[in-house]
Design a binder for this molecule. Structure first.
Ligand SMILES: [Zn+2]
Length: 340
């Protein structure tokens, strides 16, 4: 057993997680998931990094049910707007992007543990076949790009051989470089890669990982109690957009969801969600267009008093063992840093 695992195990056994949970019990914990996939999907492939397996998800929900108080979006809204306090140890579970596996694999477990959840929908991808969010498409195409180097933003980067695990890792690192370029550069890079690569999305694990819900499936999730929010039209980096594009991404996706669901949708999750991915201008625009709550992905706990347009969430990755998940969500930063 290596030092990291010993420390994480010790944090649970010696009550450090318990103490840390108690210390932060009045501060809402937001969790953000993306895909929940079968246990036999590839383990070390960086493309599944944002997914958790059914077994992991089951253990994590059991932990939340045992030591936390899962709360709904409505309870968060009531806390913000009506000052109705959340219970101690409040945790909110949410899913970004709108994958079908949220219905087929996540929802049955949520219902088994009676844990409420919210799903944020990228409306342009609903009911599509074989389409990927641009960042994931760039990742997929980088994995099979045939050359041994690639130019990004004027810099030449070397690449391990295509279709290897090291290429999937390297591609994920390069995606972070690409993401920080202007939106036009994302589009150029995607076009360049589309001209040079063919991707195969037919393997079962990829379909499970990437396929989006259709509208009937989303309505079914709502009937099962899932609350629904907006995650823009096309998943851009909102802070990169001009005012016209920003209005379009926020308003058209809001209207689209409201038309399909027949109810008001005034909750937003910023795509990518780090402090660089949205701005005061984004928040101001969202407020003006009728959004009342908005969720980040800043990997931190909330203050005791919630900020309506910056409700923070922690992103849950596949590499979290149960003990690292416990340390991470309990707020043991020094121990949880060892997990990344
Ligand atoms: Zn997203």
């Amino acid at each position: 057993m290596n030092l990291k695992r010993i420390l994480l195990c010790g944090a649970e056994i010696f009550g450090l997680n318990c103490f840390s949970r108690f210390r932060t019990r009045r501060r809402l914990l937001g969790l953000c998931y993306h895909s929940v996939v079968s246990d036999n999907s590839p383990q070390n492939d960086a493309r599944t990094r944002l997914a958790v397996t059914v077994t992991q998800f089951n253990k994590q929900l059991k932990e939340l049910r045992k030591h936390w108080n899962p709360v709904s979006l409505t309870q968060i809204r009531n806390a913000v707007e009506k000052n109705i306090p959340l219970p101690d140890y409040a945790v909110h579970v949410s899913f970004d992007d709108g994958y079908r596996n949220n219905l087929t694999l996540a929802a049955p477990l949520l219902s088994r543990y009676e844990i409420p959840a919210t799903i944020f929908i990228t409306t342009n991808f609903m009911a599509t076949q074989g389409q990927l969010i641009w960042a994931l498409e760039i990742h997929e195409r980088l994995v099979c790009f045939p050359d041994s180097e690639i130019e990004i933003g004027g810099v030449l980067y070397s690449l391990p051989p295509p279709e290897t695990l090291s290429r999937t890792e390297r591609s994920l690192e390069l995606l972070q470089q690409i993401k920080h370029l202007p939106t036009e550069e994302h589009k150029k890079m995607l076009q360049f890669l589309r001209n040079r690569t063919e991707i195969d999305l037919t393997p079962f694990w990829k379909r499970e990982l990437y396929e989006f819900l259709n509208w009937d499936e989303l309505r079914l999730l709502r009937e099962q109690g899932m609350e629904i929010g907006v995650h823009t039209l096309s998943h851009p980096v909102l802070s990169n957009l001009d005012q016209t594009e920003l209005n379009e991404e926020l308003l058209a996706s809001k209207k689209c969801l409201e038309r399909e669901l027949g109810t008001e949708c005034d909750v937003l999750a910023y795509p990518f969600g780090s402090m660089y991915d949205f701005s005061d201008q984004v928040i101001e625009t969202a407020r003006r267009l009728g959004f009342r709550l908005a969720f980040t992905l800043q990997d931190c706990r909330n203050a005791t008093k919630l900020d309506a347009m910056r409700i923070h969430r922690i992103c849950i990755h596949r590499e979290h063992s149960l003990n690292s998940f416990r340390a991470l969500i309990s707020g043991l930063r020094n121990v949880s840093l060892l997990t990344s």
